[in-house]
Design a protein around this ligand. Structure first.
Ligand SMILES: CC(C)(COP(=O)(O)OP(=O)(O)OC[C@H]1O[C@@H](n2cnc3c(N)ncnc32)[C@H](O)[C@@H]1OP(=O)(O)O)[C@@H](O)C(=O)NCCC(=O)NCCS
Length: 172
């Protein structure tokens, strides 16, 4: 039995500056570049929780509502919300900052799932996660629902077994 860990032990903050090679022809950050940075930040978080090599199993929907401009500073913060058997859900938030203008806006949020693997790429057990703050407890609870939704969509779980999801639609 692995010793449980707290969310703060997996917290990772990563900062990047948007340079010309990161942008599209409108001088905004390319979505693919942002996804690349987000994947790295979230993977480090999952590695810190599990002390293992991890692979990305899935990324929930990411929307791009605010353009991030050339020269902006992009800050990403990731933390594990819940650990299952070999998989971990990581919550990641992104902010863009225009330092000369003194402006900082929240631009993206995403949930990633990583699987810890052994040297042969086989899934391996990870420590449980013990949430502490109210926000961590809420994310921990809702992680079960998100896991069921993504496993149903991936064809890895029968909708009939998605008890947490079904409970959402049951009228008392
Ligand atoms: C992720 C991977 C290791 C799962 O292997 P597998 O043989 O299907 O293993 P299992 O069926 O035992 O599942 C292992 C875990 O992955 C989770 N998982 C598998 N597919 C998933 C998906 N699409 N979404 C979320 N979780 C998923 C399972 O729920 C399980 O979690 P648990 O152990 O916490 O219960 C394997 O599919 C893989 O190596 N994929 C490629 C990963 C990769 O290269 N990522 C980068 C993409 S370029």
């Amino acid at each position: 039995m692995l010793k449980p860990k707290q969310p703060h032990q997996s917290e990772v903050t990563m900062t990047e500056m948007v340079l010309p090679n990161d942008t599209n022809t409108l001088n905004n950050l390319m979505g693919g570049r942002l996804l690349h940075w987000m994947d790295i930040c979230a993977a480090i978080s999952a590695q810190k929780h599990s002390n293992r090599i991890v692979v990305t199993a899935s990324v929930d929907n990411v929307s791009f509502t605010e353009p991030i401009r050339l020269g902006n500073i992009v800050t990403m913060r990731a933390k594990v919300t819940r650990a299952f058997n070999s998989s971990m859900e990581v919550f990641l938030e992104v902010w863009a900052e225009d330092i000369p203008a003194g402006q900082r806006v929240s631009t993206n949020r995403a949930f990633y799932t990583f699987v810890a693997v052994d040297q042969n790429g086989r899934p391996i057990e990870v420590p449980a996660l013990q949430p502490e703050t109210d926000e961590e407890k809420e994310l921990h609870l809702s992680a079960l629902r998100r896991r069921q939704l993504r496993l149903v969509l991936a064809g890895r779980m029968s909708p009939a077994d998605a008890t947490e999801l079904k409970a959402l639609f049951q009228v008392a």
